[in-house]
Design a protein around this ligand. Structure first.
Ligand SMILES: Nc1nc2c(ncn2[C@@H]2O[C@H](COP(=O)(O)OP(=O)(O)O)[C@@H](O)[C@H]2O)c(=O)[nH]1
Ligand SMILES: [Mg+2]
Length: 402
């Protein structure tokens, strides 16, 4: 069959330029293939220690994700989402190299119970460089992406306004009282980081929701739905599964500092719901006179990053931080998150993840309803929810219903 004249002419032209054209076509093909191959992969290469500080400017919008489809901002009206739209979410794990075995155990369970179906990426953070062994071992546990970041001295270190001698004296005083982690400086850096910084780490910029994981915990139940879509589609901002009562000696001046903030920053507090619409009664039994020590355990958290990135929360955190309580006392991120969320969110923005059976240290949340027996491998008799004296679950229920 004869080729049309213009095609024959074109083909001849190609032959004339022979070698150069071959080279050009080859180069173009290679370029296309490498672009296709490297673009998605390079989003999940290890950034261990290489990322830059994000300036800690809460007002800067997170950059569009290069991997995940663009989403409306998390506060957009629900009608802007279709229920099946992907959610920009990740697991976030602050962990030390020496906790490798513990985090392997956690991730294996999370993959098995949930993430093998949903493929959310893992963000590992550390105040030290992750070892190659840590990176190799953890990235081999999942087909979802893994990224590794190091914290700088602003996120993990003494701020200039802290008197470190005074802090050392206070630690020694607390040690005499037998308070857990009384002498630990790193524990205090950890609590301050989890209270005010993790959500500003550049590796989290492209996400709207997170699930916090810790080493050496157990996840007891199979989950057959996407918890992040549940959060987004139901306008939930804060999810928990254990509510605990804090050791009072770690937070002696926290409540007064919160009250001082309310007095000094009325222009911030005026954005918050009225007390009846918030979970205020979860944190105080006497209408604000004192803190009842109830808090959500933050070693498990599924929450919206926009809550912590909001200017209101950042002003609240900065105020607490300036008072020095993270170092002169031993304020935990759990009471700080819980007090803020209980004042800033509406009741219906909280979610109790009854279906996520979970153990941290000696305490377990195990759903007791019969339908969970086939999905969970925990003992409902171990359920902590109604532990007298220690659990604040019934305080939560009451505050929700009031
Ligand atoms: N990189 C790093 N992670 C830490 C440090 N201290 C605690 N963590 C992590 O912070 C989380 C809470 O610490 P943990 O010791 O479990 O505190 P607890 O749950 O309050 O007893 C865990 O994920 C730890 O791995 C630290 O000094 N460096
Ligand atoms: Mg822990």
């Amino acid at each position: 069959m004869a080729l049309p004249a213009f095609l024959t002419r074109e083909m001849n032209n190609w032959r004339v330029a022979g070698r150069q054209r071959l080279l050009l076509v080859g180069t173009l093909a290679l370029l296309t293939i490498s672009l296709l191959f490297f673009l998605p992969v390079s989003n999940f290469v290890s950034l261990n220690g290489a990322e830059e500080q994000n300036g800690l400017d809460s007002t800067t919008a997170a950059p569009e994700s290069p991997v995940l489809p663009a989403q409306p901002p998390v506060d957009a009206p629900l009608s802007d989402f279709k229920p099946d739209d992907p959610v920009r979410a990740c697991f976030v794990i602050l962990v030390r190299n020496r906790e490798l075995n513990g985090i392997v155990g956690t991730i294996e369970q999370i993959e098995q119970r949930f993430n093998k179906k949903y493929q959310y990426p893992y963000i590992f953070l550390n105040d030290d460089d992750f070892t190659q062994d840590f990176i190799d071992t953890t990235s081999a546990l999942t087909t979802a992406g893994t990224r590794y970041g190091k914290l700088d001295s602003q996120m993990w270190g003494y701020p200039p306004f802290i008197d470190q001698n005074l802090a050392a004296d206070k630690r020694a005083e607390m040690a005499k009282l037998g308070i857990p982690y009384a002498e630990s400086e790193s524990y205090r850096h950890m609590c301050r980081f989890q209270s005010g910084f993790f959500f500003r780490h550049p590796l989290l910029d492209e996400f709207d929701y997170y699930w916090r994981l810790e080493p050496d915990v157990d996840y007891h139940c199979d989950l057959d739905y996407d918890v992040f879509k549940f959060m987004r589609n139901n306008n939930k901002k804060y999810g928990f599964n254990i509510a605990f009562r804090e050791f009072g000696a770690t937070v002696p001046s926290l409540w007064q500092t919160v009250k001082d903030f309310e007095r000094d920053r009325p222009e911030v507090v005026k954005h918050w719901p009225i007390k009846e619409d918030s979970l205020y009664r979860f944190i105080t039994d006497d209408d604000g006179g004192s803190y009842n020590l109830c808090h959500f355990w933050t070693n498990f958290e599924i929450a919206s990053l926009s809550l912590w990135r909001s200017n209101d929360y950042l002003k609240f955190f900065n105020y607490l931080d300036q008072s020095g309580g993270f170092f002169y006392e031993r304020w935990g991120d759990a009471p700080v998150h819980s007090i803020a969320a209980s004042m800033m969110l509406r009741k219906d923005e909280f979610h109790f993840f009854n279906d996520i059976g979970y153990r941290h240290t000696a305490y377990t949340h195990c759903p007791v309803e019969p339908e969970y027996r086939s999905k969970c491998n925990c003992n409902p008799d171990d359920n902590f929810d109604y532990n007298p004296g220690l659990s604040c679950y019934s305080v939560f229920k009451k505050a929700l219903e009031e």
